[in-house]
Design a protein around this ligand. Structure first.
Ligand code: FAD
Ligand code: SF4
Length: 129
């Protein structure tokens, strides 16, 4: 958006300059995963593949190789949920209304596993809706 002159922020913080934030460290029986790790590197890490297999499998299923090479774990977790109605401002449950339009509307890309009230797709890492 900056490159296309759509926004002109006074300050821009480059998170990628923070050293070590793309690393995975073993800590007290678990792992600490830096938010700047790419989805591709996360899915290929041998510790994650062995001990947190579902996380590696989820990361390697995201989008395309280009997306996984550029997209980071933190960016994926923090992305806005995918729903055509929500993103276009329809007054659905998530936008403060009292109906989920996707239940009977445009829902080809939604995650309909057993019921709502909202059927939005989430990033691989489960978030509360
Ligand atoms: C074609 C396409 C297909 C896709 N398919 C899938 C899919 O199948 N499954 C899926 O889950 N996702 C999918 N995505 C979404 C994709 O995974 C995310 O857009 C990507 O992971 C975002 O990562 P990013 O590092 O580019 O974050 P950005 O887009 O740069 O940021 C996303 C948000 O996170 C915040 N953020 C980023 N990094 C940090 C940080 N270190 N700390 C705090 N906040 C941060 C940003 O401020 C912003 O609000 C797809 C995207 C595209 C374009
Ligand atoms: S799934 Fe339904 S309630 Fe959730 S954001 Fe989409 S339209 Fe709104």
């Amino acid at each position: 958006m900056v490159k296309e002159h759509l926004v002109a922020p006074d300050v821009l913080v480059n998170l990628k300059a923070i050293r070590g934030m793309d690393q995975i460290d073993t800590q007290r029986g678990g792992v600490k995963i830096g938010g700047l790790i790419t989805l591709d590197n996360l899915s290929r890490d041998q510790r994650i593949r062995k001990e947190y297999t579902v996380l590696a499998e989820a990361a390697e299923k995201v989008g395309t190789p280009q997306i996984r090479n550029a997209g980071t774990l933190a960016g994926n977790v923090c992305q806005r949920p995918w729903c055509w109605y929500f993103r276009n401002g329809f007054p659905c449950l998530k936008n403060g209304g009292n109906i989920c339009f996707s239940a009977s509307g445009e829902n080809q890309l939604h995650a309909i596993f057993g019921g709502g009230p909202s059927y939005i797709v989430h990033p691989p890492i489960p978030l509360r809706h």
